[in-house]
Ligand binder design. Structure first.
Ligand code: FES
Ligand code: FES
Length: 161
């Protein structure tokens, strides 16, 4: 199997490594770099648990090869909070609204929410809520029935009720 040298940043930290061509970005993040907050479950693009941001865009890290992230800037769930531990607004909203139970799906949910809120910065509450709700169709949560996640979305969107 051929190996390739890649360089990328993860949560602001620079990494260089030799990776096999077949290694997924998710596997590389978890097994080589230790970012185990990125969860791998279905590994065929359905569940959303493996979602990370690559250059600001939410991506399935099980469907993306590590070599495709060469030169990119990756954000995992470990990179969402501030260095002093202050939660990202998305994390705070999920916490405030019981938008998680076992937490397995949560890293992917939080990354997608962070990407979508950033993409919709400055938009009205209705548009943000709609965009976030649509984005959640790409995430499977076995625990919450999505109600807590929906409440978190409304909080993030600035909805009043
Ligand atoms: S593990 Fe990537 S979408 Fe399920
Ligand atoms: S909180 Fe358990 S799968 Fe979503």
């Amino acid at each position: 199997m051929s190996e390739h040298r890649i360089e990328l940043t993860v949560n602001g930290h620079r990494h260089a490594a030799l990776v096999e061509a077949r290694t997924s970005l998710g596997e590389f993040l978890r097994e080589e770099l230790g970012y185990t907050g990125t969860h791998l479950a279905c590994e065929h693009g359905v569940c959303g648990a493996c979602t990370v941001m690559v250059d600001g865009v939410a991506m399935r890290s099980c469907l993306m090869l590590a070599v495709q992230a060469n030169g990119g800037a990756v954000t995992t769930v470990e990179g969402l909070a501030e260095p002093d531990g202050t939660l990202h607004p998305v994390q705070q909203a999920l916490k405030d609204n019981f938008g998680l139970q076992c937490g397995f799906c949560t890293p992917g949910v939080a990354i997608t929410m962070a990407a979508v809120t950033r993409e919709n910065e400055g938009a009205g509450a209705g548009q943000i809520e709609k965009a976030l709700t649509a984005a959640m169709s790409g995430h499977i949560c076995r625990c919450t029935g999505y109600q807590g996640i929906r409440r978190a979305i409304r909080q993030l969107a600035g909805a009043t009720t």
